[in-house]
Every structure is written in structure tokens, then in C-alpha cells.
Design a protein around this ligand. Structure first.
Ligand SMILES: NC(=O)c1ccc[n+]([C@@H]2O[C@H](COP(=O)([O-])OP(=O)(O)OC[C@H]3O[C@@H](n4cnc5c(N)ncnc54)[C@H](OP(=O)(O)O)[C@@H]3O)[C@@H](O)[C@H]2O)c1
Length: 309
């Protein structure tokens, strides 16, 4: 079988996409390729100068790119609300939402503006609230897709409903794994609810593999750069694939014609580290419908946002 590449992304002319964390790593390449395929892309980024630089870089290689920046801090639910209102005032519909932004392995327990553990708050709660608030636009989309970016490290996660914000005990990798498990539980639960309400929108999940991005330095470096951050960078240089290749499973989930709701894509190589995008298997824990429903209700209560499906 020939490898699926950027060149296989179908024509996206007329489609409106939104990518969170679009200024860096995977989000940057997803934005670049979607824009190159004709989509109008909204960049949801927290740092306007960094996002502007990314837009200039994309426009340098894709002169016809239709890009638009809107400031979004997923670690602040008020920012999510403002962002969603702004996007809704500018756009009547959304065809692709890529819930990509994320932070990993923050050494000590940090919190969001509303006091939630930073990785759970940014990676899961922020995207939960964002997707709910943008759902009226997705409903107007043309066979709209929500792509939620998870990680094979979801295997390390288990949702502790008695200590959802890790106040009783914090471990950087467990917190990351929990947030990525929450991403998967959310993606699958959203799809079940969309099917039950006969929505045309679908929800899919994607894992990029091991890709060289800012992820291994931004979160781990939050308390200062040390030997551990340098070691992670060194390991990444040896084993990781490029960010552009890491973006392929996300692009496949967002655009390929044979994608169905509830699918999960990852690189097909060993350990899902690299390779062409292929359907992947999520753990039994990620398919736990009771846990997913419980997380959904909890997330709705915490964020104060509910889905109007
Ligand atoms: N790289 C990998 O090997 C790998 C493997 C598995 C899963 N993933 C997942 O892939 C996704 C993208 O990560 P990446 O590897 O591309 O890392 P990255 O280069 O660090 O990009 C992360 C993006 O998320 C943004 N972000 C972080 N916190 C945010 C917040 N509070 N509000 C808005 N945006 C925020 C960052 O913005 P700033 O530039 O402002 O910091 C950046 O644009 C993440 O969900 C990650 O868990 C990556």
C-alpha cells in the first residue's frame, strides 16, 4: 500500500477550519496543509505575535492561504467564551475543528485561570468548552468533523473522579496521560451523542506518533530548563519523526473520505511512533462508556457549558 501524504488531502475549497495551537508543531502543519488545500483556516492561538509569525511563514509557502487569527487561551474558560463569541460573530459555519493545542509533563502542579490542574484544564476542559460553544457553527457545517488530538500515552491515564485536579497527589506523566485519556473519552462520547441525535457532524480522534515539536520543552520547561529538558530534546532528535509527518494522522482524520465517526487514527509503525496514518485501537479504558458519560457530565458542570446537540 502506498503511503498517505499531504498530497492526498482532498480539495478543501469552500471549507472553514479552526485549529487550536496553530502556531507551532503539529497545529502549524495542519494549518499549512489545510490552507494549501483551499480551506479558510482560523488559528486559535494564545500568543498573537507567535501566531502572526506562523501565519507569515505559511503565507510565504502558500501565498493564496486564507488565514485568520483569533486569540484563544484554553487555560482560561473566559478566554474560550470570548474566542467562541468572536468566531461566531465572524463566521456562520465551521466544517473542521481540530482540538490540537496541548501542554505536556509540567514538572509541578500548575493551574488554569479557574484553578484546574493545567494539563487536564488545557488539554481537556478547554477543548470540551470550546467544542460545545462552537457546536452551533459545526451544525451549520457541511458534514462537519471534530478532530481531537490525543496520545498513545493515554494508556498511562486513568481518570480519578475523586481527585480530578490532582490536588491530593500530582505526577507530571500521570496528569498528561489522564488529560489524553480524557481527550479520547470525550472524542468517543461526543460521537455517540452525535449519532444518537442524528447529527451529520462526526467526532474522531488522532494520535500523531512521536514528533519533534515544542511539546517536550514547553511544559517540562515551565519551572525552568534543566538536565531533564535537555535529555528529552536529545532523545527526540534521535527517535522522533518530523512535525510535518506527525501532522498526517490529524490531517487524515480531518479530511480523508473513508473516515467514520468514532474512528481513531495513529501512525501504523512500531509503538505508533511513526509511519503512515492508519486506524488505531484505543484501550478498553478509553472505550469505557460509563466513564465517558461521567466525565462528560463532570466537564459540563465544571465548565458551566453544555452541548446543544
Ligand atoms: N509531539 C508529539 O510527539 C505528540 C505526541 C502525542 C500527542 N501530541 C499532542 O499533539 C498536540 C500538539 O502538540 P505539539 O506536539 O504540536 O506541541 P507544540 O509544538 O508545543 O504545540 C502545542 C500548541 O499548543 C498551544 N497551547 C499550549 N497551551 C495553550 C493554551 N493554554 N491555550 C492555547 N494554546 C495553547 C501552544 O501555544 P504556544 O506556542 O503559545 O505555547 C502550541 O501552539 C498536543 O495535544 C499533544 O498532546 C504530540
Amino acid at each position: 500500500m502506498t503511503a498517505w501524504t499531504e498530497a492526498d488531502v482532498p480539495d478543501q475549497a469552500g471549507r472553514v477550519a479552526l485549529v487550536t495551537g496553530a502556531n507551532s508543531g503539529l497545529g502549524f502543519h495542519v494549518t499549512r496543509v489545510l490552507a494549501g488545500s483551499g480551506a479558510q483556516v482560523i488559528l486559535g492561538c494564545r500568543d498573537a505575535p507567535r501566531a502572526t509569525t506562523a501565519m507569515e511563514q505559511i503565507q510565504a509557502t502558500v501565498p493564496q492561504a486564507s488565514l485568520e487569527l483569533c486569540v484563544l487561551d484554553l487555560a482560561d474558560l473566559d478566554s474560550v467564551t470570548r474566542f467562541s463569541e468572536e468566531v461566531s460573530s465572524r463566521h456562520a459555519r465551521l466544517d473542521i475543528l481540530v482540538n490540537n493545542a496541548g501542554v505536556m509533563a509540567v514538572p509541578t502542579r500548575h493551574t488554569t485561570a479557574q484553578g484546574h490542574e493545567l494539563q487536564f484544564g488545557t488539554n481537556h476542559l478547554g477543548h470540551f468548552a470550546l467544542t460545545a460553544r462552537l457546536f452551533p457553527l459545526l451544525r451549520e457545517g457541511d458534514d462537519a468533523r471534530v478532530v481531537t488530538v490525543t496520545s498513545s500515552l493515554h494508556r498511562r491515564g486513568s481518570i480519578d473522579f475523586d481527585d480530578i485536579d490532582a490536588e491530593l497527589g500530582y505526577s507530571r506523566w500521570r496528569a498528561y496521560g489522564n488529560s489524553k485519556l480524557a481527550n479520547l473519552l470525550f472524542a468517543f462520547e461526543l460521537d455517540r451523542r452525535l449519532r444518537a441525535t442524528r447529527n451529520a457532524t462526526i467526532s474522531v480522534a488522532a494520535h500523531p506518533g512521536y514528533a519533534a515539536t515544542e511539546l517536550s520543552t514547553s511544559g517540562p520547561g515551565l519551572d525552568g530548563r534543566g538536565v531533564r529538558v535537555a535529555a528529552m530534546e536529545a532523545v527526540e532528535q534521535i527517535f522522533a519523526q518530523s512535525a510535518a509527518r506527525g501532522a498526517l494522522p490529524l490531517l487524515y482524520a480531518a479530511t480523508a473520505s473513508d473516515v467514520a465517526g468514532g474512528d481513531y487514527y495513529a501512525p501504523r509503525g512500531i509503538l505508533e511512533w511513526r509511519g503512515s496514518p492508519a486506524k488505531a485501537r484505543a484501550t478498553r479504558r478509553a472505550r469505557d462508556e460509563k466513564a465517558a458519560a461521567r466525565l462528560w457530565e463532570l466537564s459540563s458542570r465544571i465548565t458551566g457549558v453544555s452541548f446543544d446537540l
